[in-house]
Design a protein around this ligand. Structure first.
Ligand SMILES: Nc1ncnc2c1ncn2[C@@H]1O[C@H](COP(=O)(O)OP(=O)(O)OP(=O)(O)O)[C@@H](O)[C@H]1O
Length: 690
C-alpha cells in the first residue's frame, strides 16, 4: 500500500465517503456515483460481474494466434505515434516479445516505464514471429504493487473509469474495510445454514482464492439478498394499526348490475378468482393480488368487477396498461362493458389534450374510473380517493412505479394481471406477500387455435385461407416480421411495405397498425377493425397483448422463427377469442434446431403453462418465459429460479426470526434490524410494496 494513503486514511471507516480516498477526485466520485457508489461500504457491494482466470501465465513463446491469455515481460519501450494515434508498448520475456497496442491513448505512455515488469491479459494475435495484443488489460509492477493474478475481478464501469483503476482501488479498499463490517446474521443461524461469515463472503466475492471459495461466497451473499427481502416483506406486512384500511363493496349495486348485464355467465375459473378477490376487498387491509390466467381466459371481466367494487364503495378506480395503445384498447373495452350501466371511463394518456381537465376531475373525484399508462403515476396526477388499482401485464412496469401509484392513493387495493405464468415461490419473492389467484380454463366453446407451420414457398396457402375467412365475414391479423432487431422503426417500415403489397389484392380492406403512428390514428384503425370495417389488419407486435376482437379468426405471423415462444403465444392469443374456430399460420424456414423446436411446440401446445415449460427446456432456466420482463431487479447475485433452494431456506429463516422477535428488538437482532431498515431506504420496500 502506498505511504501517502496510509497516513491520510488511517481513520476512515466503511461508512465514509469515497471522496476521502486519495486519488478519488470529483470526476471519479461522480462516475462512481453513477454506479451507485458513495461510501466505502457501497464500494464493497459493487460486485464484479465476472472473474477472469489469470492463474496461469503463459510463456510468450507458447502463445498461439487468437488465444486469450495472460502474459508477462519486461517493458522494453513505449512509443506513441501522434499521426496514427497509436501507442505501442513492447515487452520481452527471454527471446520472445510482444507488442501491446493502444489506440488514442497517448496518456497511457507514462505508465509504461521501461525496465518494469508488465502483465497483459487479452487476445493475442500472431503473425509469424510478431506477437501483438490490442487493448489488453494491463498491470505494471512498480515497487509497491503485487501483481493481480488468480481469479481477477472484472467490474462494471462508468464514464472514463478504467478496469485497472477499479481493480487497484478494490484491492486496497476491500481487504481493509470488509473485516470492519459486522455480520447481521446471528452466528447460530449462520452455522445452522452452513454459511461463511458476511465479511469473508464480501472479501472472496472480489478476490476469491479459488473457485470453491467464490461459490461459498456467492451462496452466502445470495442467501443474504433473499433474507433481506423476505424480512422486509414480513415486517411490512405485520398489521400496522395506523394504516388506514379501505373496504370496497364487492356486492354493491354496480357489481350486481354489471354481472346481470353480461351476455355470459362467469366460468368456474373466473368465479373462483372473483371469490378470492371479494374476500380481500372486504378486508380493511390493502389487497395485493396477482391474477394469473392464460390469454383469453377472461381476466378483464374480473378486473372490471374489482374496479366497480371500489366505485360502489364511493372510491375511484384506476386501470394501468403498459402502452398507450393498450390503454386505449382497454379503455374501449371497458367503455363497451360499462356503457350499459351508464358509467363513463376516462382515458388519461401523456399526450391527451384534455389531460389537464381530467387531472382536475380526478382530484375533485368527479372521475370515478380511469384508464391510463404511466401517466397515471406522474407527479401531476392526484386522486381524491383511489380505492382500486388494476395493473395489466405487470411485466412491462417497474415495480417502483407501481409502488408510487400505490402510495398516492393512500392504500388502494391492488390487482396485478398477467398472462405469463410464473412459479409461485418466484412471485412471492418478487412481489412480496402477493396472493395469487388463477383463472383456470377458458370460456366455454373455445377451441384451441389450430396452428400450422408453413415454409415460405407455401405461404400462399395461408393467404388463401385468409381470403376464404374474409369471404365468410371474418377478420384476420397479419403480423409482420421483426427485421434486423425489434425496434419499432424498422418494424413499422416492414408493416408499411407488407400492407402496400396486400392492398393490391382486390376486395380486401386492409388496415395498418404500428407503433410509429399517431395514437389518434391507432385508435381509429383499431376501432374500424373492431367494427368490422377492416378485413385484414397488418400490424407489428404492437398487437401482442390486450387486443380483443372476437371476430378475428385468422392470424398469419411472417418470419415466425424470429419471435420467442412467449411472444408467439401472446400473439396467437389475439385470435380464437370468440366461439368461431380460429387458425394461426406460422410462416418460417427455421435456420436452427431451437427455432424449429419452438415452432413445433407452438403447433403442439396451446396452454401458456405448457409452453412455459417447453421454453424452459429449450432455453434453460435463465431465460424462462417472461423472466426478464418480470423485472427481477433488486437481486444482484441471486437468480430466483436457479437459487430456489436458497430462496426457500432464507424465507424459512426469516419466518423463524420474525416469529421469535416480531420487531427485531432483541440484542442479537440489532444488526439485522439496521440492515433490513437500510434496505427499505434503498428501495427494497418498493419491490415488495403491493
Ligand atoms: N365467462 C365467459 N364466457 C364467455 N366469454 C367470455 C367470458 N369471460 C370473458 N369472455 C370473453 O372472452 C374474451 C377474452 O376475455 P378477456 O379479454 O377478459 O381475456 P384476458 O384474460 O384479459 O385475455 P388477454 O390476456 O389475452 O388480454 C373477451 O371477448 C370476453 O368478452
Amino acid at each position: 500500500m502506498a505511504k501517502s494513503r496510509t497516513t491520510h486514511s488511517v481513520l476512515l471507516g466503511p461508512g465514509d465517503m469515497v471522496t476521502k480516498w486519495p486519488g478519488i477526485g470529483e470526476t471519479r466520485a461522480l462516475e462512481l456515483e453513477n454506479l451507485g457508489v458513495k461510501t466505502f461500504e457501497d464500494l464493497l457491494g459493487l460486485w464484479p460481474h465476472r472473474h477472469e482466470d489469470r492463474s496461469v501465465i503463459t510463456p510468450l513463446w507458447m502463445v498461439q494466434d487468437g488465444e486469450s491469455v495472460t502474459v508477462q515481460g519486461i517493458i522494453q519501450s513505449a512509443h506513441y505515434d501522434p499521426v496514427k494515434k497509436i501507442l505501442r508498448v513492447q515487452i520481452q520475456e527471454g527471446h520472445a516479445s510482444l507488442t501491446a497496442i493502444f489506440f488514442h491513448a497517448s496518456w497511457l505512455k507514462r505508465q509504461f516505464e521501461p525496465g518494469y515488469k508488465a502483465i497483459f491479459s487479452g487476445k493475442a494475435e500472431r503473425r509469424g514471429h510478431q506477437l501483438s495484443m490490442a487493448h489488453p488489460d494491463f498491470q505494471v509492477m512498480t515497487e509497491d504493487r503485487e501483481p493481480l493474478l488468480g481469479l481477477v475481478p472484472i467490474y462494471p464501469l462508468s464514464g472514463s473509469l478504467k478496469q485497472v483503476f477499479m481493480q487497484r482501488l478494490m484491492r486496497d479498499i476491500v481487504p481493509r474495510f470488509a473485516p470492519q463490517l459486522s455480520d447481521p446474521l446471528p452466528r447460530p443461524i449462520q452455522e445452522q445454514e452452513g454459511l461463511i461469515s458476511r465479511p469473508e463472503a464480501i472479501l472472496h466475492q472480489h478476490f476469491p482464492p479459488n473457485a470453491l471459495a467464490l461459490e461459498a461466497s456467492r451462496k452466502r451473499l445470495v442467501f443474504d439478498e433473499f433474507l433481506r427481502i423476505a424480512l422486509a416483506v414480513l415486517l411490512m406486512h405485520q398489521v400496522d394499526p395506523h394504516v388506514p384500511g379501505m373496504v370496497q363493496k364487492p356486492d354493491g349495486p354496480l357489481v350486481q348490475r354489471f354481472l346481470a348485464s353480461l351476455p355470459f355467465s362467469l366460468t368456474e375459473g373466473q368465479k373462483k378468482a372473483w371469490d378470492e378477490i371479494q374476500h380481500d376487498l372486504r378486508q380493511p387491509t390493502p389487497m395485493a393480488r396477482l391474477l394469473q390466467g392464460d390469454v383469453g381466459s377472461g381476466k378483464t371481466v374480473i378486473a372490471i368487477l374489482t374496479m366497480l367494487a371500489a366505485v360502489d364503495a364511493g372510491h375511484q378506480a384506476a386501470f394501468m396498461a403498459p402502452t398507450e395503445l393498450l390503454a386505449e384498447q382497454q379503455w374501449l373495452v371497458l367503455q363497451n362493458f360499462l356503457r350499459p350501466l351508464g358509467l363513463s371511463v376516462a382515458l388519461l394518456t401523456g399526450k391527451d389534450r384534455h389531460a389537464d381537465t381530467y387531472r382536475e376531475a380526478l382530484k375533485t373525484g368527479s372521475i370515478l374510473l380511469v384508464v391510463g399508462t404511466q401517466a397515471l403515476i406522474g407527479d401531476r396526477v392526484e386522486f381524491k380517493r383511489l380505492g382500486v388499482v388494476v395493473v395489466d401485464e405487470q411485466h412491462r412496469f417497474g415495480v417502483k412505479q407501481r409502488a408510487r401509484l400505490s402510495l398516492k392513493g393512500e392504500y388502494p387495493d391492488m390487482l396485478v394481471m398477467t398472462a405469463t405464468p410464473i412459479p409461485r415461490t418466484l412471485a412471492l419473492t418478487v412481489y412480496g406477500d402477493l396472493q395469487v389467484s388463477e383463472v383456470r380454463g377458458l370460456p366455454p366453446g373455445r377451441k384451441p387455435v389450430e396452428t400450422i407451420h408453413l415454409s415460405h414457398k407455401d405461404r400462399r396457402i395461408a393467404y388463401q385461407r385468409v381470403m376464404a375467412a374474409v369471404k365468410r365475414g371474418e377478420q384476420a391479423y397479419v403480423v409482420c416480421p421483426l427485421v434486423g432487431g425489434d425496434d419499432e422503426e424498422t418494424q413499422a417500415k416492414a408493416a408499411v411495405d407488407l400492407a402496400e403489397g396486400m392492398k393490391k389484392i382486390p376486395g380486401w380492406r386492409i388496415g395498418l397498425l404500428h407503433g410509429k403512428m399517431h395514437s389518434k390514428d391507432k385508435t381509429r384503425i383499431m376501432e374500424q377493425f373492431r367494427q368490422g370495417d377492416i378485413d385484414v389488419l397488418v400490424a407489428t407486435t404492437i398487437v401482442e397483448v390486450g387486443v380483443d376482437v372476437p371476430n378475428a379468426t385468422m392470424m398469419v405471423i411472417e418470419e415466425a422463427d424470429r419471435f420467442g415462444l412467449a411472444q408467439l403465444h401472446q400473439l396467437r392469443g389475439r385470435v380464437g377469442r370468440g366461439p368461431k374456430p380460429a387458425t394461426c399460420f406460422l410462416i418460417a424456414d427455421p435456420k436452427t434446431d431451437q427455432a424449429r423446436e419452438r415452432l413445433e411446440a407452438m403447433v403442439r401446445f396451446h396452454e401458456g403453462l405448457k409452453l412455459a415449460e417447453e421454453d424452459l427446456r429449450l432455453r434453460g432456466p435463465g431465460e424462462i418465459l417472461g423472466m426478464r420482463q418480470h423485472g427481477l431487479t433488486g437481486f444482484q447475485l441471486a437468480h430466483p429460479l436457479k437459487d430456489l433452494d436458497l430462496l426457500q431456506r432464507a424465507r424459512g429463516v426469516a419466518r423463524e426470526i420474525v416469529r421469535s422477535d416480531p420487531q427485531l428488538v432483541q440484542p442479537e437482532h440489532q444488526a439485522l434490524r439496521t440492515w433490513v431498515l437500510d434496505a427499505m431506504d434503498d428501495g427494497i420496500p418498493s419491490q415488495v410494496l403491493h
